[in-house]
Design a protein around this ligand. Structure first.
Ligand code: NAD
Length: 292
């Protein structure tokens, strides 16, 4: 059978590595990295994400700074808060939880975050740095996806990789990271012709489509690595909600060499990589590190 990639276990390893680094930074330099998370409004899913981010930040020994603002917060108030956080030396990472209320220009807010504190990696400066191969803060979900692929194939060099989806949050940065790993990268999307045969050529498939079980088992080349970024809630036959990915797991797991499940695959990696980015941001800002 295929190897089921255990995202929960790999994420726990990443967090343990970060806890070690934070402890070393603390004992060597007497400082602790800090992550500020800003939540505007009452979106229930966002509240859960923010709570989990805060808890895991504290768990690895870093400072968590939470700003919970009402849904009526004005754009100017939010921009002023970002400005304050940009200037605060105790804050090494700034994350503004999306989605923002409609009266706020999310792009303007994200572009106001100092790129060196932009732990989501969405700022155009970080996007550009990633593509030209400079040290950058890279979006968390694609970073986690690469770590999972490398957990089963440490050397991705020369592989044919197909990324399905071209969003700025997942698909495009994923393609950039796989290019950096020396894959031959194809980005497939909603206008791609004969997508099934494009995917069939891939040694490594990354699905970030947002359509439940979009990628079918007979699209997968035997032995390929399949990384499923999708998180979709659908109604099961029993009428209860359940989570499925963008890949038909039952079919694809019969063909793939290794595959991530949903849940328990890419999902847990995202926050772990956020913590990793916060440590990275601290090191870039202070010039201090766990090793020296
Ligand atoms: P998105 O909607 O922004 O982008 C989807 C992409 O899929 C688009 O680029 C589009 O071109 C492509 N697409 C749409 N229909 C298609 C079709 N019929 N054929 C081929 N391509 C098609 O979504 P996103 O933000 O990139 O997220 C993708 C999925 O990943 C979602 O299920 C989302 O819930 C999940 N996600 C998971 C995490 C995580 O932490 N694991 C993080 C972000 C997103």
């Amino acid at each position: 059978g295929p190897r089921i990639i255990d995202g929960k276990a790999v994420a726990a390893e990443v967090r343990a590595e970060m806890a070690k680094k934070v402890a070393a930074i603390k004992s060597k330099h007497g400082q602790v990295p800090g992550l500020a998370v800003v939540l505007v409004g009452e979106d229930p899913a966002s509240k859960v994400y923010v709570r989990n981010k805060g808890a895991q930040t504290v768990e690895v020994g870093m400072n968590s700074i939470e700003h919970k603002l009402s849904a009526e917060t004005s754009q100017d108030e939010l921009l002023a808060l970002v400005d304050t956080l940009n200037k605060d030396p105790q804050v090494n990472g700034i994350l503004v939880q999306l989605p923002l209320p409609k009266h706020i220009d999310a792009e303007l807010v994200l572009n106001t975050i100092d790129p060196i504190k932009d732990v989501d990696g969405f700022h155009p400066v970080n996007v550009g740095r990633l593509w030209i191969g400079e040290r950058a803060l890279v979006p968390c979900t694609p970073t986690g996806s690469v770590i999972l692929a490398k957990s089963v194939a440490p050397n991705l060099s020369g592989m044919d990789a197909v990324v399905v989806g071209r969003s700025n949050i997942v698909g495009k940065p994923m393609a950039a990271l796989l290019l950096r790993e020396n894959c031959t990268v194809t980005i497939a999307h909603s206008r791609t012709r004969d997508i099934e045969n494009v995917v069939k050529k891939a040694d490594l498939v990354v699905a970030a489509v947002g359509i439940p079980e979009f990628v079918r088992g007979d699209w997968i080349k035997p032995g390929a690595i399949v990384i499923d970024v999708g998180i979709n809630r659908i109604e099961g036959p029993d009428g209860k909600g359940r989570l499925v990915g963008d890949v038909n797991f039952a079919e694809a797991s019969k063909v793939a060499g290794a595959i991530t499940p949903v849940p328990g695959g890419v999902g847990p990696m995202t926050i772990a990589c956020l913590l990793k980015n916060t440590v990275e941001a601290f090191e870039m800002q202070t010039g201090l590190s766990a090793d020296a």
